[in-house]
Design a protein around this ligand. Structure first.
Ligand SMILES: [Zn+2]
Length: 430
């Protein structure tokens, strides 16, 4: 498995200076585990229902998830762009979605009296803009994507980062000369999605789902099993096939049609979806290409979504226990959490500072709990809550043996290793 780089420039940080503090009390207005743990851990700040701010710790995780997504999108030929959230009404009138989406789309008048809205998705915008890039069959296929802020006026924003009113979306759009070309890319995009979820340590099921408003074709959702999910799927653990309950023609206990294993049922979180849009949007926006003979045809389109914030929330739902979060190393905000327990021993402080510098030298990212006012118990509780994969403790006790204590977040046992044994640390964080 590839480990994506920590893209933020800062590899190390002192907890005494960290913007965003942990708190002992659970937020009283949250019911979703992801929101509770992320707010308690100082990853996010709640501005209002369904609207969250990413603080430095949370933003680091988000950026790592986005780095994984970008690598996989670029690997299948995606070109990154960034479209405006503010949209003119006319564009949405053309597809009838100004009216259709009015309950969830933020729509208002600007100061000059024009109707504008905040985009919930960008099919209209892309079909319009693509008319300037696509004329000939030679221009196709084309794949563009963005990681951009979307808005939805959700009436039930109670699931923390899982269902926001303002949220990030990675949306990929593909343009093709034919249905065959679209189908071929649909499979390629699906495989890229599987790699993204795998790199986040999540087991996803490619789940058959209804076509929504654009298409009668089967579409697919990527679902991760979790009690926090809003969907229910019937799935086969053996071969991975799955159907959303909404369209399912199988049930629990049936024999899987491809491998004969027993079908199971479970609640799940939709972490991604892929759609074959066909030619609906290109016909509406006159997005045409000329073939070899100069004849014009509508362009075939597909769209493919992943919510990076929802993905982050899903990781928290799946990888957490009663003490806090357990980040997979591929998305953790730091690789190591260095904790000094100085007591009255000035030597501990000195050796901890030295060790902090060594980790920096070796390019191992580290959050350094150098706080003087906190007890060892408080520091350990915070480390469990924040959930960095490897905890390193330096205290009078360990220094007597010229050692440091290490512990993986997902294991109970601690272990002492020699103070200068950086090789072991490196082997743990890789
Ligand atoms: Zn099966």
């Amino acid at each position: 498995m590839k480990i994506s780089p920590i893209t933020a420039t800062v590899r190390y940080m002192r907890q005494s200076k960290l913007f965003g503090k942990t708190r002992k009390e659970k937020p009283s207005d949250e019911i979703a585990k992801n929101a509770i743990l992320l707010e308690q851990g100082g990853f996010i700040y709640k501005t209002m229902a369904g609207v969250y701010d990413y603080l430095p710790l949370g933003f680091r995780v988000l950026e790592r998830i986005n780095a994984i997504i970008r690598e996989e999108m670029n690997a299948i030929g995606g070109q990154e762009l960034f479209l405006s959230a503010l949209q003119p009404r006319e564009r949405w009138e053309k597809t009838g979605r100004w009216e259709k989406l009015k309950d969830i789309m933020y729509q208002f008048k600007d100061n000059s009296g024009h109707d504008v809205g905040l985009a919930t998705t960008h099919e209209e915008a892309l079909a319009r803009i693509a008319t300037h890039s696509i004329q000939s069959y030679k221009d196709l296929p084309l794949f563009v994507y963005q990681i951009q802020t979307k808005f939805r006026d959700e009436p039930r924003a109670k699931s923390g980062l899982m269902r926001g009113r303002e949220f990030l979306m990675k949306d990929l759009y593909s343009f093709h000369t034919s249905k065959e070309s679209l189908n071929e890319f649909y499979e390629i995009a699906g495989k890229a999605y599987e790699r993204i979820f795998e790199r986040c340590n999540l087991t996803s099921y490619k789940t058959e789902a209804g076509g929504g408003t654009f298409t009668n074709d089967i579409t697919h959702e990527y679902q991760v099993l979790s009690e926090a999910g809003e969907d229910t799927i019937f799935y086969c653990e053996q071969c991975g096939c799955a159907q959303n309950k909404e369209i399912a023609n199988i049930k629990e206990g049936d024999a899987c049609s491809s491998c004969k294993a027993k079908i199971k049922v479970g609640k799940s979180i939709e972490v991604g979806n892929i759609f074959r849009l066909g030619t609906v949007f290109s016909e509406t926006f006159n997005l045409l290409y000329s073939d070899e003979k100069g004849q014009k045809h509508p362009v075939w389109m597909g769209s493919y979504g992943i919510g990076p914030g929802r993905l982050l929330a899903t990781i928290v739902e799946v990888f957490s226990d009663e003490k806090g979060i357990r980040w997979p190393s591929s998305v953790a905000p730091f690789q190591t959490h260095l904790i000094s327990i100085p007591g009255n021993d000035l030597m501990v402080e000195k050796k901890a500072e030295e060790f902090y510098a060594t980790l920096n030298d070796k390019n191992i990212s580290v959050l350094f709990d150098d706080r003087k006012e906190k007890s060892p118990g408080e520091k350990f509780a915070d480390a469990d809550l924040i959930g960095i994969p490897l905890r390193i403790v330096i205290s009078s006790k360990t220094l007597k043996e010229n050692a440091i204590e290490i512990k993986k977040r997902d294991e109970e046992k601690t272990k002492n290793i020699p103070y200068d044994d950086i090789k072991t640390i490196i082997s743990y964080v890789q």
